[in-house]
Design a protein around this ligand. Structure first.
Ligand SMILES: Nc1nc2c(ncn2[C@@H]2O[C@H](COP(=O)(O)OP(=O)(O)OP(=O)(O)O)[C@@H](O)[C@H]2O)c(=O)[nH]1
Length: 340
C-alpha cells in the first residue's frame, strides 16, 4: 500500500476499473427490484406484489451498459421501513456497504406515484441522511415508478408533482438538485425502456461529474475497507510463509477471518445503535405529530357537535316561536269572531 491512504486507494480503484455502483433504497413495495430489473434489462431481482417485503437481503447484480460501462446494481430490503428490526437493518446496511466495495456512485430513492408520499417515507429519508450524513443528498436521484399509471391518465411527471406534491417531497426533490426520473417498469415498448434508462444513466453521470468522480464514502466505508485490505494483505503474507504446516496455515487464516468477522459485527452494532437512536427520535416525533393530529380532530369534532347542538336549539326556539305565533293568530281570529 506504500504511503497511500484509503481514500487514494479508493480513487485509484474507481478510476482504474471504471466500475460504478448504484444502490436502490425505498419503502417495501415501491418497486426497487422492478427498477433494478429495468436497469439490468433482465429479471435478476425478484419483484412481485406482496404486503410483506419480497426482498429480504441486499443483493448485487452487475451489467455491462451499451457504452461498455460496468454497472453494479444493489437491491435492498426496506432498510428504513419502521417495521424492520434495527439488528437486522444494521447487519444489512453493513452488507450493502461491504458489497459496494469501491463506494456508492448514486443512491436511487425509489418512490411510487401509485401510493401517496407518507410521513413515514419522509422520516425514512431523514433517517438515511442522519445515518450517512447530509452529503448523501449529493448522490441521491429520485426514481418514481408507476409511469404507466400516469400515462393512463394522460399525465406527465410534472403534472403529477404540480397537482400532488406535498411539501416534504418538494424539499427532498430540492435537496437532491431536482434529479428525478419516471419509470414504467411494466412497459413492453423497447424504445420507452431504452429512453427511461438513458434518462436515469444521464442523471447518474451528472452525479458522478458533480462529485468529481468520487463515490460516496464515509467513516463506515473506511473502517470496512481497512478491514478488507488488512485481511487481503495478511492472507497474502500467510500464503507466502515458509516452514509452516498446512494445519498451522489454515489455523492462521481462520483466526484472521474471525477477526475480520468480529470487526464486521462491531460495525454492524455501531450502525444498529446509531439507527436505534435515530429511529427512536423519529418515532417519538411521529407519535407527537399523530397525537397533535388526533387532538385537532377531536376539537374539530367537538366544535362540530357544539355547532350542531346550537343549530338544534335554534331550530327548537324557532319552532316554539312559530307555535306561539300560530296560537296568538288563532286567539286573535277567535277574538275577531266574538266581536262580529
Ligand atoms: N404498474 C406498475 N407496477 C409496478 C411498477 N414498478 C413496480 N411495480 C409493481 O409493484 C410491486 C412491488 O414491486 P417490487 O419491485 O417487488 O418492490 P420492492 O420495492 O422491490 O419491494 P420489496 O422487494 O418487497 O422490498 C410489484 O407487483 C411490481 O410489479 C410500475 O412501474 N408500474
Amino acid at each position: 500500500m506504500g504511503g497511500s491512504s484509503i481514500d487514494d486507494e479508493w480513487e485509484f480503484t474507481s478510476a482504474a476499473n471504471g466500475v460504478r455502483t448504484v444502490v436502490l433504497v425505498g419503502r417495501t413495495g415501491n418497486g426497487k427490484s422492478a427498477t433494478g430489473n429495468s436497469i439490468l434489462r433482465e429479471k435478476a431481482f425478484r419483484s412481485m406484489s406482496s404486503s410483506a417485503g419480497v426482498t429480504s437481503i441486499c443483493e448485487l447484480r452487475t451489467t455491462v451498459l451499451e457504452d461498455g460501462q460496468i454497472l453494479n446494481v444493489i437491491d435492498t430490503p426496506g432498510l428504513f421501513d419502521f417495521s424492520a428490526e434495527p439488528e437486522f437493518i444494521g447487519q444489512e446496511i453493513v452488507n450493502c456497504i461491504n458489497m459496494a466495495k469501491d463506494g456508492i456512485h448514486a443512491v436511487l430513492v425509489v418512490l411510487s406515484v401509485r401510493s401517496r408520499f407518507s410521513r413515514e417515507e419522509e422520516a425514512a429519508i431523514e433517517s438515511l441522511q442522519k445515518l450517512f450524513g447530509s452529503k448523501i443528498s449529493n448522490y441521491m436521484i429520485v426514481v418514481f415508478t408507476g409511469g404507466d399509471d400516469l400515462e393512463e391518465n394522460d399525465e406527465t411527471l410534472d403534472d403529477y408533482l404540480g397537482r400532488d406534491c406535498p411539501a416534504p417531497l418538494k424539499n427532498i426533490l430540492e435537496m437532491c438538485g431536482n434529479r428525478r426520473v419516471l419509470f414504467d417498469n411494466k412497459t413492453k415498448d423497447k424504445s420507452q425502456k431504452a429512453e427511461q434508462l438513458q434518462q436515469l444513466l444521464f442523471l447518474v453521470n451528472e452525479v458522478v461529474k458533480n462529485n468529481g468522480g468520487k463515490p460516496y464514502t464515509d467513516a463506515l466505508f473506511v473502517e470496512l475497507k481497512k478491514g478488507a485490505i488488512k485481511l487481503r494483505d495478511q492472507t497474502a503474507e500467510v500464503n507466502s510463509l515458509e516452514g509452516y504446516s498446512k494445519q498451522e496455515i489454515s489455523e492462521l487464516k481462520e483466526q484472521m477471518q474471525k477477526s475480520y468477522e468480529d470487526q464486521l459485527k462491531r460495525i454492524a452494532e455501531m450502525v444498529e445503535s446509531k439507527l436505534k437512536e435515530t429511529t427512536f427520535r423519529l418515532e417519538q416525533q411521529l407519535a407527537e405529530e399523530q397525537a397533535a393530529r388526533l387532538k385537532a380532530e377531536a376539537s374539530a369534532q367537538e366544535a362540530q357537535m357544539r355547532s350542531n347542538d346550537e343549530i338544534r336549539k335554534l331550530r327548537e326556539h324557532l319552532e316554539r316561536a312559530q307555535r306561539e305565533t300560530d296560537a296568538l293568530k288563532k286567539q286573535a281570529e277567535g277574538g275577531k269572531c266574538a266581536i262580529l
